[in-house]
Design a protein around this ligand. Sequence first.
Ligand SMILES: C[S@@+](CC[C@H](N)C(=O)[O-])C[C@H]1O[C@@H](n2cnc3c(N)ncnc32)[C@H](O)[C@@H]1O
Length: 127
Amino acid sequence: MAPLIPEHEANRLACSEVVDAHYNHPAYEVAEFLAGASTLKAEELNALGDVRGRTLLHLMCHFGLDTLSWAREGAIVTGVDISDRAIERADELAHCTGLAARFVRSDVLALPEVLDEQFEIVFQSLR
Ligand SMILES: C[S@@+](CC[C@H](N)C(=O)[O-])C[C@H]1O[C@@H](n2cnc3c(N)ncnc32)[C@H](O)[C@@H]1O
């Protein structure tokens, strides 16, 4: 996939370089997530309310902790990130937890060319 904006290629490479460091950093709480915890903040949970059965698109999902946490809440989730490594890690986490999720590697600006569906919720967070 070629980014629509050439400058995003540098972002893609830089973002991929930090994925494993983030994954292994305690601040990301991967171990807690794997043990069943949600990475979502109370404000985010309160803002979206009951997501059970609702389609949710998570933009810039990194390695999918929040995406998969929404899946734990019952949402039908798709996560998008420009980084190959982030999507690899997200797929690993989905596999490890058995949570249903679709992860797509794409520049968010290319999404209209990649996904031709609509979503009930579009989400972006800090993680
Ligand atoms: C700090 S992390 C996650 C923050 C993000 N706001 C969220 O919703 O979780 C930033 C992520 O955005 C991704 N990213 C940066 N530019 C992007 C773009 N143009 N399209 C898709 N993903 C992008 C990076 O690969 C990285 O995984």
